[in-house]
Design a protein around this ligand. Structure first.
Ligand code: 8GP
Length: 723
């Protein structure tokens, strides 16, 4: 509403700083990482671009845990975000829906019509809470609807009066468990009955809501697929497909064929990862027990699909494409069979899914596959998070980029302009100073604002290779110890990110980073040149502070593994230069800025499988490369007083699997080369600032507005409210 300065002034008169007020509100920890954050960015664009849209999710009482570093390792504390977060929510008790789970079903045929009777099932209430997302420049509003689960049954007064409090409260407690906590696993599945009930609860409430609105508007579902588009954000809401079928068949009386046409025509699916351990599958018995009618429908979808495969001579595709296989329900297969559109989230990723994990499906349904490269809410990540930079850009090119980020390209007119480059450098320095003071004030961490800020902030995961970054820092550290008088640009390596509490290996990496931080701090030879900082509890609030201060953005996943990445876009937009592999959306960043404005390194995705088949051997790199050997030996000997021989073994011999599964040692040498090149470039401030300017100028493509326009046109066939 452009009223921030008015409020800021008014608050000042009462002795308050608006920033202190902002600090009081907790982040809604309703997601794990990039996938959820992407959805939040998309709601901003949907509202701003005037599209009628609702995002559905669960109103988890406890969001993603609060991370605390205790004895240099991650501890998880509950995140009760609602204490300050629910001021924005409106409970809409008039729109409650009912969801059945458990028990069994009886099929009654009545005059040739099937009637489904639910026996001994439990009915839950889904209570909606709405958060309005206002558009930036118009009157558009998108809705985020969060469902809370509660018991349907009236409070059991009889049991209560008898003093049987347990029975009296059991139903409520069981229901409320459904929306109690968010599962903290990312890029990995957690197969739990409660999680399956969360998934069904979400899709059933949301679909009943969508259908109800449609009937209120049109009085029929006959035109449903022409008026509604349902997007499945990864496989967690995949049960929307059989649930839609259930509603159309059992409640609205459509024939199978008509219901199926409507379902496929209205549903679309985005895949967000190729990691096999993240592809959801459920035990058949679990699905049958919890959702008996839904399971019957899945079985029928699969029976018909399998029959078509056989009729078309494609039986050999069965193992990869069947929904039911080896006692599991494969959710991605259900999505592909039940949706008219399937997309990856960057050009490379969309190609990889066609060539590998969904290859057979691509042969069957080539037209269904498409790409929509991710985008970010540039108004939040530039105008909101970096007012200095956005103010300066406005002075140079006007403020049209606020509405249309492609206008940022006008900045290329200032390439080589010393005045502009100096001003950019000054802004970066001020943002660095601000971040250093913030850290000192809020967590007693001292950061030298005159060192180079090098960042890797994201979930901690093997494939993202925080470990590769650590190996590099150990190498630099040992180098300074060897030659303390060498001219060395002071550097601060900043890490941040959470990992699931059960992910042992990632927790060890957090431990290693923190120990390395201590050892370097305690060493007189290195402490003024090198620093490692682990930001506790990395979240959106912290991201908004640190990204504007970043100079190097580390995007170093093993090629082929990061579906897109979105922090890479946020960093670029704020003028950081990318040190990265040719992976995910880095590929498109490279395309936009050119190789001369990015520091790329590493194996290419198409060569990864080739190297494995040729017998990639990490242990021979250990024996042949004296730098690698020294670093690994140092891990064994100890960092910060603890031996990390398990990580050394993981890299060279393997722990219960192949050695160095994400090829850290394979890419180490080339990574060092790219790092050294970035280091040399940094010494030439003019060149560096020019590169930084070009990165900002080319970031417009990565606005979520562009992604949303693509979804609206090519997948949802969606029109704006006001044409
Ligand atoms: C993430 C991808 O890892 C990231 O590259 C991408 O930018 C982001 O999605 C948004 O598209 N994927 C996931 O978080 C993910 O797949 N999580 C679920 C499978 C558990």
């Amino acid at each position: 509403m452009s009223l921030e300065s008015v409020f800021s002034e008014a608050l000042k008169e009462y002795g308050f700083d608006i920033n202190d007020i902002y600090e009081l509100e907790s982040d809604p920890g309703l997601g794990n990482g990039g996938l959820g954050r992407l959805a939040a960015c998309y709601l901003d664009s949907l509202a701003t671009l005037d599209y009628p849209a609702t995002g559905f999710t669960l109103r988890y009482e406890y969001g993603l845990f609060r991370q605390k570093i205790v004895d240099n390792t991650q501890a998880e504390l509950p995140d009760f975000w609602l204490d300050s977060g629910d001021v924005w929510m409106m409970q809409r008790s008039e729109q409650i829906f009912y969801i059945n789970m458990g028990g069994h079903v009886r099929e009654n045929w009545n005059n040739g019509k099937l009637e489904i009777e639910y026996i001994d099932s439990t009915t839950f209430e889904a209570v909606p809470y709405d958060i309005m997302i206002s558009g930036a420049i118009n009157e558009g509003v998108a809705l985020l609807r969060l469902w809370r689960a509660t018991a349907n049954a009236k409070f059991d007064m009889n049991s209560f009066s008898r003093g049987d409090y347990d029975t009296a409260t059991r139903a409520t407690a069981a229901a409320e468990l459904i929306t109690k906590v968010l599962y903290p696993t990312d890029s990995h599945i957690q197969g739990k009955q409660l999680r399956l009930s969360q998934q069904y609860f979400l899709v059933s409430a949301s679909l009943q809501n969508i259908i109800n609105n449609h009937i209120n508007n049109f009085g029929t579902l006959d035109n449903f697929e022409k008026k509604a588009a349902i997007h499945i954000n990864d496989t967690h809401p995949a049960l929307a497909i059989p649930e839609m079928m259930r509603l159309l068949l059992d409640v609205y009386g459509y024939s199978w064929d008509d219901a199926w046409k409507k379902t496929v025509a209205s549903m679309a699916y985005t895949n967000h990862t190729v990691l096999s351990e993240a592809l959801e599958t459920w035990d058949i018995e679990l699905v049958k027990g919890l959702l008996p009618r839904i399971y019957m429908i899945i079985e029928e979808i699969n029976r018909r699909f399998t029959k078509t495969l056989e009729e078309t001579g494609n039986q050999s595709m069965l193992p990869n494409t069947s929904i039911l296989w080896h006692n599991r329900v494969k959710m991605a297969n259900l999505c592909i069979i039940g949706c008219h559109s399937i997309n990856g989230v960057s050009k490379l990723h969309s190609e990889i899914i066609k060539d590998s994990i969904f290859k057979d499906f691509y042969c069957l349904y080539p037209k269904r596959f498409t790409n929509v490269t991710n985008g970010i809410a540039h108004r939040r990540w530039l105008n909101g998070a970096n007012p200095r930079l956005s103010g300066f850009i406005t002075e140079l090119i006007g403020n049209n980029f606020y509405v249309d980020a492609s206008n940022l390209s006008k900045l290329t007119n200032y390439v080589g302009n010393n005045g502009v480059l100096d001003a950019l450098a000054k802004i970066k320095q001020e943002n660095k100073n601000d971040f250093a003071s913030y850290m000192q004030k809020n967590s007693d961490v001292i950061i030298n604002p005159n060192s180079r800020f090098d960042l890797q902030v994201k979930r901690i995961h093997e494939y993202k290779r925080q470990l590769l970054n650590v190996l590099k820092i150990i190498h630099l550290y040992l180098g300074i110890c060897d030659s303390p008088n060498l001219n060395f640009t002071p550097q601060t390596f900043i890490f941040g990110g959470k990992t699931a509490e059960s992910y042992y290996h990632a927790k060890r990496i957090i431990n290693l980073i923190n120990n390395l931080s201590d050892e370097i701090k305690d060493d007189k030879r290195t402490r003024d040149k090198l620093a490692v900082v682990f930001l506790e509890n990395y979240n959106v609030t912290l991201a908004e502070r640190i990204i504007p201060a970043a100079e190097i953005s580390e995007q170093i996943s093993l090629a082929g593994k990061e579906a897109s990445g979105t922090s890479n876009m946020k960093f670029m937009l704020n003028g950081a230069l990318t040190l990265g592999t040719v992976d995910g959306a880095n590929v498109e960043i490279l395309e936009k800025v050119g190789a001369e404005n990015m520091f790329t390194f590493g194996i290419r995705s198409e060569d990864v499988a080739v190297e494995w088949s040729r017998g990639y051997s990490a242990s021979s790199l250990y024996s042949s490369d004296k730098y690698i050997k020294r670093i690994i030996d140092k891990l064994r000997d100890g960092i910060g007083g603890t031996s990390f021989s398990d990580i050394a073994t993981y890299l060279t011999v393997g722990i219960g699997g192949v050695a160095d599964p994400y090829m850290c040692l394979r890419d180490f040498k080339d990574y060092l080369r790219a790092h050294n090149y970035a280091d040399q470039t940094y010494k030439d401030a003019r060149k560096w600032n020019d590169m930084s300017l070009i990165n900002i100028a080319k970031a417009g493509f990565f606005s979520a507005d562009r992604s949303i326009e693509e979804y609206a046109k090519s997948i949802w066939n969606l029109e704006k409210y006001h044409k």
